[in-house]
Design a protein around this ligand. Sequence first.
Ligand code: ZN
Length: 77
Amino acid sequence: MTADPSTAEAVCSRAGCRAPATAQIVWRNPRIHPPERRKIWLACDEHAGYLRDFLAARDFPVHVEPFPASTAAEAAR
Ligand SMILES: [Zn+2]
């Protein structure tokens, strides 16, 4: 029973959506978070754009990365 906690519950952060996450939305709120702080929301294909736009509309720094990120790390190995 040692499921990897980083992927065991990797589902979309959109309310009511249980689709597997394929992207991570990396963002912070500059009004309350220090520059080194990073918040991460997971998102499915369908909602990655929605969540990014939701944050961008608030003038939060935001970018989207593939999920799981380890795929890219392993490819670069
Ligand atoms: Zn979703």
